[in-house]
Design a protein around this ligand. Structure first.
Ligand SMILES: [Zn+2]
Length: 272
């Protein structure tokens, strides 16, 4: 399925949109690092409030992106993102949480679900995998933050389970997108991590490749893909960006490539 489409605004902002989601009734966006005002190493469209950047610069960056999409920053909601597996359903009353300060974000939350208009779900990334969900039948949107810990905890599956439980989502109806994040090309992990996964999943040979010297390449995209299929998501409804953030630091922040001193991109989703 065709993936993400680049959009460049006259003001120089660059972000990716998911046309399939757009056509089905929601706007889903992943930002790049281009078009903001933050200084190195956060240059320039850093959206993270907890990374050491000037907070007012990051607020202004988020505002610019929201302006470009016709959204109000006040209507965004985000979680604290602790690499856990807590999924929260949010309502209009939660709007503004995490919008201007990190401290006001929803505590210990890595996935957000909503079925109301006028809410913009948001989460932030530098290598971890952003998962976008849209149920066009029940009109439900969701975002999940899946680094290796979130992926290990199957946060994508837990997000779908929450949509099923609360909104009676049928997985076969859902569209899911796997956004830009670190690819297997750049994601080397150690034996310990391999052993951690080994106790939990039966299909490890599909996602781990050994270099023969105790190091492994982990494919987080495929791991999430397999987990989505296990939940009943149809193959033709999974959209993959297949863009590696670590290979493309001119466009994206990469925690690993830039040794932890970098900014954050944002994933956003809202019903139209
Ligand atoms: Zn790469």
């Amino acid at each position: 399925m065709p993936g993400f489409e680049q959009v460049q605004t006259p003001e120089g902002l660059l972000f990716l949109k998911i046309p399939v989601f757009e056509e089905a009734g929601c706007t889903a966006v992943f930002s790049s690092r281009l078009g903001g005002i933050s200084k190195a190493p956060y240059n320039s469209l850093n959206l993270g409030y907890h990374v050491g950047d000037d907070i007012q610069d990051a607020v202004e960056n988020r505002r610019r992106l929201c302006d470009a999409l016709g959204w109000s920053l006040e209507h965004t909601v985000s979680g604290e993102q602790i690499h856990g597996d807590c999924v929260k359903v949010v309502t209009r009353e939660d709007r503004g949480k995490g919008a201007f300060t990190y401290a006001s974000a929803l505590a210990e939350t890595d996935a957000l679900v909503a079925n109301q208009h006028g809410i913009v779900l948001s989460s932030f990334y530098a290598d971890c995998v952003p998962l976008f969900f849209f149920d066009p039948v029940k009109k439900v949107v969701a975002l999940a933050h899946a680094g290796w810990r979130g992926t290990f905890l199957a946060i994508g599956q837990k997000t779908i389970a929450e949509m099923q439980k609360v909104f009676r989502t049928v997985p076969e109806d859902c569209l899911v997108a796997i956004g830009p994040s670190i690819g297997a090309c750049c994601y080397e992990v150690d034996e310990k991590l391999y052993q951690t996964f080994k106790g939990r999943f039966t299909w490890l040979d599909k996602v781990f490749k050994s270099n023969g010297e105790g190091k492994w390449r982990l494919d987080l995209w495929k791991t999430n893909y397999i987990q989505l299929l296990e939940m009943g998501i149809r193959e033709e409804n999974i959209i993959e960006s297949r863009i590696c953030t670590s290979c493309n630091t001119e466009l994206f922040f990469s925690h690993r490539k830039e040794n932890g001193r970098t900014g954050r991109m944002g994933a956003f989703i809202a019903l139209r």
